[in-house]
Design a protein around this ligand. Structure first.
Ligand SMILES: Nc1ncnc2c1ncn2[C@@H]1O[C@H](COP(=O)(O)OP(=O)(O)OP(=O)(O)O)[C@@H](O)[C@H]1O
Ligand SMILES: [Mg+2]
Length: 376
């Protein structure tokens, strides 16, 4: 097991407004252990507590409860300047009276890095982020995307125990973003920089992070590698949040038949028939215990063209490399993705099937995953 660099232990954050009713519990009992050199993404919808978490780690917000350890030292009581943490802020926070060059070099001055070394580092970083041309300009005269890169440069140029990047590429156009993403990952890995990166873009999280912490409403939902999040989501929230287009879900009743099962969809009573499939223990026992479940089906797993089920096409879009088909099934919309150009017409009834190994099973009561495919 690699060395832990950052540890959040039951961290809580409540913002108390002027009135007690205005209190917001933004982060709830958050525990995370991040290894030295690891790149972790905090991913979640707007307002789920990502920035609050970063700001507590950096020291710009106090914790309401819990502790934070960096390189085995408790830091939650230290002021930001004593934590040796470099942060690129969501709102950039560049110093307006300083040029981009001086903004980037600011922390190096405080670290008493020599002038020549500082110049070389600033230039290396400016080239890396493609902002050499604006080094003599002031923050008020450059675009949001340029400010964002200047702010990122200012954080990355420092020597710190931890790098916190809050939406570091949100303002960049897609092409530059994908180029910089690859470069940034290489840079962080090469220099063994432990990094927590905030994003609500899952492509960015997948591309950059070794592990992703999915948050919702202040709570950690799952902390796993991108592959595990996709294949073994811990609950319905993660299942439907990760993956594009989102996972289809259907509430169903479990009916054991022979060695297999039928799942009767609650909405219309339609049967998904897997009575000839060998559901082995302990999955079998688990499913029998759950009378009601939610089935999750990834759009890529909806196999169109043949099968006992039928859906009526509502839309069929060719996106250049894949078809997205939405169709009505069991009073709901089911979305399918196919890697060939499908010619289905509107209102056409299309047969389809779902392999048992592609099903995700969730507990209908609490949303937690029971199993994925035929494994337990
Ligand atoms: N200074 C503050 N005072 C009161 N409430 C706050 C404060 N800062 C954040 N909040 C609230 O805390 C919750 C979490 O906010 P936070 O900024 O951490 O979310 P986020 O995940 O970074 O969202 P986004 O993706 O929009 O940046 C939100 O409900 C927000 O309104
Ligand atoms: Mg934020």
């Amino acid at each position: 097991m690699s060395e832990v660099q950052l540890s959040l232990n039951s961290v809580d954050k409540t913002y108390y407004g002027k009135k007690i009713e205005a209190a917001v519990r933004a982060v709830k009992n958050l525990s995370l252990q991040i290894s030295k050199g690891e790149i972790v993404a905090l991913l979640g919808s707007s307002g789920c507590g990502k920035t609050s978490t970063l700001r507590m780690i950096a020291g710009f917000e106090g914790v309401t409860g819990g502790t934070i350890q960096l390189s085995n030292h408790e830091i939650q009581q230290l002021p930001p300047a004593k934590r040796n943490v470099a942060m690129a802020f969501e709102g950039y926070s560049l110093y307006p009276p300083l040029t981009v060059r001086d903004n980037i070099a600011f922390a190096l001055k405080a670290e008493r890095v020599s002038r020549s070394e500082s110049d070389a580092k600033v230039m290396e970083m400016a080239k890396f982020l493609e902002i050499e041309e604006i080094l003599e300009r002031y923050p008020s005269s450059i675009s949001a995307g340029q400010q964002q890169r200047a702010s990122l440069a200012r954080a990355l140029v420092r020597k710190a125990d931890l790098y916190l990047l809050d939406e570091p590429m949100g303002q960049l156009e897609p092409q530059l973003r994908s180029v910089l993403r690859v470069r940034l990952k290489q840079y962080l890995q090469e220099h063994q920089m432990t990094t927590v990166l905030v994003t609500h873009d899952q492509t960015e999280a997948n591309a950059l992070a070794d592990r992703i912490a999915v948050m919702e409403d202040g709570e950690l939902q799952q902390f796993e590698t991108p592959t595990q999040l996709k294949h073994r989501p811990a609950n319905i929230y993660v299942g439907t949040f990760i993956g594009e287009p989102p996972m289809n879900t259907f509430a169903a009743e479990v009916k054991p038949v022979g060695k297999g099962f039928q799942f009767q969809l609650e909405e219309t009573g339609e049967l998904l028939d897997y009575q000839k499939v060998d559901f082995q223990q302990p999955l079998r026992a688990q499913l029998i215990q759950h009378k009601r479940i939610v089935l999750g089906l990834r759009p890529h797993a909806v196999k169109l063209g043949k099968g006992a089920l039928q859906a009526q096409v509502i839309s069929n879009q060719w996106l250049g490399d894949q078809s997205h088909i939405a169709a009505e099934f069991a009073n709901r919309i089911i979305v399918a993705v196919s890697h060939q150009r499908e010619e289905f017409q509107l209102d056409e009834n299309v047969p389809f099937h779902l392999e048992a190994e592609d099903l995700h099973f969730f507990d209908a009561e609490n949303g937690n995953a029971i199993a994925h495919g035929l494994e337990m």
